[in-house]
Design a protein around this ligand. Structure first.
Ligand code: ZN
Length: 508
C-alpha cells in the first residue's frame, strides 16, 4: 500500500514537472527563439584581435558605407506561405535605422527574389539551407533569406566572414525565420552583426566564466596587481572591451539581477542593450563603438574579409523626402469597389510606389506598383464600406520614405458590365482586346502563387503561342511575338483547374 502511494506520488510529480517543462518550452519558443550561429572559430577570433589597434581612430572615419543586399523570399513549392515583398522592405528599413549610428546603410540591388521550394521552406536541418545558399546566392551582395525556421527552433542564423557555403566573393548568408522578422524585431540586426564579424557578447565565456584563458573577465584594468588578474577583454570572450563580460547564453528578460563571479571574484553584469547579447528584443538597442568599427573594417577595404561587398559601385539612389500628391480618390470620393482606380502624382527618384488600403485601422491591402496608378478589380474591396489609403514612393536605397496622409473614401455597390461578369466575378480580366504591334496585354485578377498556362490560338485552332509558368502576382503583362499575322485569336487561360477564353484582335 505504501509503495503504491509512493508510486502514485512519483507519477504525479513527474507529470507536474513534465507539464512545467512543456509550458516553459512553449513560452520560450513563442517569445524568443535562439540564434543558430555558433561560436566564432579561432581564425576569426585572430582576425578580430588584429583590428584592436584601429579602434581609437574610428570616430575620425565619417564616411558612409553602403552595402548591397539581395533579399530572397522562400515559400513552399506551390508558392504559398512566406513573407511579402513589402514586409521584407520593412525589415530592411528597420535594419538601416539600427545601423545608422555607425554610418552603415543597406540597399537593395534588385527587387525581392522568390524561391518556391518546400525543402528550403520547411527545412529541419542546415543541409538543405546550405544547398539553397550555394545555388541562389548573388555574388558580391549580402544574401538574406526569409524562410520558416520553426522546424529548427531558430529565429535566424548567419555565417561569419570567410565561412559557410557560397564560395569566392559569395560566402555565407543570413537566414531569417519569418516568425522573427517583424518590422521592429532585432533578429536581423543581430544576424547582420554576425555576418559582419561580431561574435555573441557571451562568446567563450558562458560555457565557463572561470576559464582562466578564454573567459572574459570583468576588469578593464590591464595592470592589475597580483593576485588579481588583469583585463583580457581584447584577447578573450567577444574581443571587445566596450561590451561587458557576459555569461548568459539563453534568451533573458531585462533588467536581470543574474550575476556570476569571474576569477577575480568580480560580479559579471551583462548589458542587455547590445544586439549581440541574448536579451529579449525589447531590451536591445545598440552596437558598441568597437563593434561598429569592426564591422566597418570588415567591408572597408578590398582585402578585408567582406571587402567584395563594396566592389560594385553604389547606385546613388536619389533621396526621397516627400510623398506623392494624391489625385483620386480623395476625402469624400466614392469609388466602384470592383473597378477602383487609385492615382497619384509621380515623385522624383521613386522607382516603386507602395499603396496601402485600410478598413478602420486594419491594413487590408499592401502592394507595390511601378506606375503611378493602381487598378483595384475583382473583390479586392467590398461594397458600401468606408476605407482609407496611403501611398509613398521608394527606391532600393530609400525604403523608409514618408507615406502620404491617410484619406478616407467610400465604396458604392458593385457595378457589373454584364450578366457573365456578375456570374464569374473572379474571372481574370484581360485588356485591351485589340492590340497593335508592341502593345502589352494586361491580365488582372489572377491567383497569386499558382501555375498558369496561357495559349493563343489562331482562327484554325492552331496554338501559335503558349506560356507556362509559375504565377507570382495577381496581375501580369504579356507581350506576344511581333510576327503574328493580324486577325482574330482566342486566348485561353488555365489556372487552378479553371479555364477561361478571351477573344483578341491583333491589329495590323
Ligand atoms: Zn547569434
Amino acid at each position: 500500500m505504501k509503495s503504491l502511494l509512493s508510486f502514485i506520488r512519483t507519477v504525479i510529480r513527474f507529470s507536474i514537472l513534465t507539464a512545467l517543462a512543456v509550458l516553459q518550452n512553449h513560452v520560450v519558443s513563442a517569445q524568443q527563439l535562439d540564434c543558430g550561429t555558433g561560436p566564432a572559430p579561432a581564425s576569426h577570433l585572430s582576425y578580430l584581435e588584429s583590428l584592436v589597434p584601429f579602434y581609437p581612430a574610428q570616430t575620425e572615419d565619417t564616411n558612409w558605407i553602403h552595402l548591397p543586399v539581395t533579399a530572397h523570399a522562400v515559400r513552399s513549392s506551390s508558392g504559398f506561405g512566406g513573407m511579402t515583398e513589402t514586409a521584407i522592405y520593412a525589415t530592411i528599413c528597420n535594419l538601416n535605422e539600427r545601423f545608422a549610428s555607425g554610418r552603415i546603410s543597406f540597399y537593395l540591388s534588385e527587387r525581392v527574389r522568390f524561391i518556391n521550394n518546400t525543402a528550403y521552406y520547411g527545412a529541419t536541418s542546415y543541409g538543405p539551407l546550405g544547398t539553397m545558399i550555394d545555388q541562389e546566392n548573388i555574388a558580391r551582395t549580402i544574401n538574406i533569406y526569409y524562410t520558416d525556421l520553426s522546424g529548427m527552433g531558430l529565429c535566424g542564423f548567419a555565417y561569419y566572414p570567410l565561412s559557410g557555403p557560397g564560395g569566392f566573393q559569395n560566402d555565407g548568408a543570413i537566414v531569417m525565420s519569418f516568425g522573427c522578422s517583424q518590422p521592429t524585431g532585432t533578429t536581423l540586426a543581430h544576424e547582420m552583426g554576425h555576418y559582419l564579424s561580431l561574435p555573441h557578447t557571451f562568446n567563450q565565456t558562458s560555457s565557463n566564466p572561470l576559464d582562466p584563458n578564454d573567459a572574459e573577465r570583468v576588469t578593464r584594468n590591464f595592470n592589475e596587481i597580483a593576485p588579481r588578474l588583469s583585463a583580457n577583454c581584447f584577447t578573450a570572450g567577444d574581443r571587445f572591451c566596450d561590451t561587458p563580460s557576459d555569461f548568459i547564453a539563453g534568451r533573458w528578460s531585462c533588467p536581470s539581477s543574474r550575476t556570476t563571479l569571474d576569477l577575480n571574484n568580480d560580479a559579471m553584469k551583462p548589458d542587455s542593450s547590445f544586439y549581440m547579447s541574448y536579451s529579449y528584443d525589447n531590451c536591445m538597442s545598440r552596437f558598441s563603438e568597437q563593434q561598429m568599427t569592426a564591422m566597418r573594417a570588415t567591408v572597408n577595404s578590398t582585402n578585408a574579409p567582406r571587402g567584395y561587398l563594396t566592389l560594385n559601385p553604389y547606385p546613388n539612389f536619389p533621396a526621397i523626402t516627400t510623398y506623392p500628391a494624391k489625385f483620386f480618390p480623395q476625402i469624400t470620393d466614392t469609388v466602384v469597389p470592383n473597378n477602383a482606380l487609385f492615382r497619384w502624382a509621380p515623385i522624383n527618384g521613386a522607382s516603386l510606389y507602395q499603396i496601402k488600403i485600410f478598413q478602420f485601422n486594419v491594413n487590408v491591402f499592401d502592394t507595390l506598383v511601378e506606375d503611378t496608378f493602381y487598378h483595384a478589380l475583382g473583390n479586392r474591396l467590398r461594397g458600401m464600406r468606408q476605407y482609407s489609403w496611403i501611398v509613398r514612393g521608394i527606391n532600393g536605397g530609400n525604403l523608409c520614405t514618408p507615406f502620404s496622409p491617410r484619406d478616407s473614401f467610400s465604396t458604392s455597390t458593385y457595378v457589373f458590365a454584364g450578366i457573365n461578369d456578375a456570374l464569374s466575378a473572379k474571372k481574370p480580366l484581360v485588356y485591351p482586346t485589340a492590340l497593335g504591334t508592341g502593345d502589352l496585354l494586361t491580365l488582372e485578377g489572377l491567383q497569386a502563387g499558382s501555375p498558369i498556362v496561357l495559349t493563343l490560338r489562331d482562327p484554325l485552332g492552331r496554338a501559335v503561342w503558349t506560356l507556362q509558368e509559375f504565377n507570382e502576382d495577381e496581375g501580369r503583362l504579356l507581350a506576344f511575338p511581333g510576327d503574328l499575322p493580324f486577325g482574330h485569336y482566342l486566348l485561353t487561360c488555365s489556372q487552378s483547374g479553371r479555364g477561361f477564353t478571351y477573344r483578341l484582335f491583333l491589329k495590323p
